[in-house]
Write a protein that binds this ligand. Sequence first.
Ligand code: PMP
Length: 408
Amino acid sequence: MQWADVLATRSSRMKASEIRELLKLLDQPDIISFAGGIPDPALFPAEAFRDGFAAALEGGAAAGALQYSVSEGYRPLRDWLARHMTAIGVPCGAENILITSGSQQALDYLGKLMLSPGDTALVTWPTYLGALGAFNAYEPRYDRLDPKGNRPADDIAAAARDAGGRVKFAYLSADFANPTGETLDLTGREALLDLAGALDCAVIEDGAYQALRFDGTPVPPILALDIARTGSIEAARTIYCGSFSKTLAPGLRVGWVCAAKEVIGRLVLMKQAADLHSSTVNQIVTHRVAEALFDSHTATLRATYGARRDHMLAALAREMPEGVRWQRPEGGMFVWLTLPQGMDGATLLARSLETERVAFVPGRAFFADGSNANSLRLSFSCASEAMIDEGIGRLGRLIRAEMGKAAA
Ligand code: PMP
């Protein structure tokens, strides 16, 4: 069988994720890994989940928990999420919430809903790799979203037309982005809404890390600013994707979309076609656990991850040679390193795994155009202080040696 002959054109753009391939290598016990970007499993509220599953499956409750359920999602969880979104500045009701199997599924559905081949998706340079993976299947063209840059909307629209489509949406992670850890400030968010207005396109706001702010002043979600302009979520162009993966547990695969009813209604049809609904029992238990401890648990996460960030920043300041740059993220899981021009993150990783046994993610994978090879992503979420001291020390030594070679 020549499988290549029976594949759709879209499959040619679906490539193995560099991160997933890399994660396979990390089982080796002597590797110090800053690659993952996953929550620390030691912090999972496992006992609350054990109790929650026991209650959900006890006696008569089991019949409902194990049965098919509605595509929109478990109503008490949607009610909880409507209150949660309202609390973070987005007034809405349960009818504005769809439960998805992780926010990754929402990205896939939004690509499916909006992108025809050749349409333009605006993404930041760099952007979340999984978003590119989700959108790629719908054969878009990518253009650079720079909310603070002043590229005129007319130029962006004209380039999209020349490519045979139009700009359908701008996608970004506004809080503690993956991979850069950066947060878009209020001015940037307003400028983004201006740009989306001029292009008459949607905004996809990825809020995966929103609850993980360690310090600084919270910036309202883009959806909140959009509602302030338009008067109602029903008139807003912004679609917010949320997730319990970084706050409770990713293995449950529970995420959500918060948007105008019209958008939710269309996404429900996607869900019916794709998987009917997300796991009933997982939604029921997520609701119980969120109700019991979301606030206290996220406070613990913020304190723990915040201390790890501080430790990593201190180690970087101590160990990195002149010419390596990074910023201080106010939350999330990542620090983004820019290496001196000419140095390549992927080459550095290969050397590092060979000689220093330290892992990270090379930056190029996060750029839709494959540019900016001289960057890398470090995650502090699963790193102990000892790991950070040792790992960043080794990495600093390696980068210094590579710079020495380049200069020689
Ligand atoms: N968005 C961002 C920015 C992410 O980093 C991730 C996971 N790494 C996701 C979405 C998807 O997460 P999930 O499907 O587990 O909600």
